[in-house]
Write a protein of this length. Structure first.
Length: 276
């Protein structure tokens, strides 16, 4: 079953508090050529946090209505690209005091021969306030039921094996315009043997190349697919006529070290559309 991206999943427990949570840096883990990588877990709350690390193969995709989701049930691609059976975390469970942090080191040991390409998984960081030992509560406070939140945060982990390359080719563009909404849908092929991590700029231009709409967003395109973009025009008016749509892709992300991204030549797709 396809599941929405779990950013903070709350599970009802008994006793404790619901105010604490953890931060994770960097935004993605890149395993180096020696099979080693790391991430830092930070306790930004005011109580000690119990933290657990696990791995699950998954990648982002879109629902037909354009909403982002995570795919966790693709067994065919899991067999080919998953890091799950090759990666371990040290430590995989620990407690962080308030304001403290813990470096988690990750080791990849390839199981047999691996084909050139990028292998990946999701690092799942679950955390909850430390449970008090029996007898630590003040009996004078009487019995009470409190709600504690267990948080689950997910970041990607990547491992490059051999020669890697990536790229994007847009194969089809569709546009819809109604009232003050403008929607684009594009189909694409991801070339090479690595996910395309980067940015995309969408522009709508008049016949004289004047830009009437411009939108920039980060992208993570793992496999061939389709994406939708919606624009609320507000007070802007687009008169009937012929326009051009220009999609520009680069392997640049403000949240990822350029040295870690599989680089590709910039790619631009441009096509005319007619608004009636």
């Amino acid at each position: 079953m396809k599941t929405y991206i779990p950013v903070l999943i709350g599970v009802l427990l008994f006793s404790g508090t619901s105010k604490a949570q953890v931060g994770i840096a960097p935004a993605a883990v890149f395993i180096n050529g020696r099979g080693v990588g790391s991430t830092t877990i930070m306790n930004t709350g005011t109580v000690a946090m119990e933290v657990g690390i696990s791995f699950q193969f998954g990648y982002p995709d879109e629902l037909p209505d354009g909403r982002l989701m995570m795919v966790y049930d693709d067994s065919v691609r899991k067999m080919k690209y998953a890091l799950d059976g090759m990666i371990k975390a040290y430590p995989k469970s620990f407690t962080i005091p308030p304001g403290g942090k813990q470096v988690v080191r990750m080791q990849v040991r390839p199981t047999g021969a691996t084909e050139p390409g990028v292998y990946f998984t999701r690092v799942k960081v679950s955390s909850q306030p430390q449970v008090a030992e029996i007898g630590e509560n003040d009996p004078s406070e009487g019995l009470a039921t409190q709600i504690t939140m267990r948080f689950e945060q997910v970041v990607a982990a990547f491992y490059k094996s051999g020669s890697v390359n990536t790229g994007i080719e847009v194969t089809k563009l569709r546009s819809t315009f109604f009232e003050n909404q403008f929607q684009l849908e594009y189909e694409f092929n991801r070339t090479g043997n690595a996910p395309f991590l980067g940015s995309m700029v969408t522009e709508v231009l008049k016949a004289n190349d004047e830009v009437v709409l411009r939108y920039s967003r980060p992208v993570a395109l793992y496999f061939d697919g389709c994406r939708k973009l919606g624009f609320q025009l507000g007070d802007k008016k687009m008169e009937s006529g012929t326009y051009s749509v220009r999609l520009s892709f680069t392997t640049e992300r403000s949240d990822i070290d350029p040295a870690e991204i599989v680089a590709a030549h910039p790619y631009t797709f441009k096509e005319s559309i007619v608004i009636h």
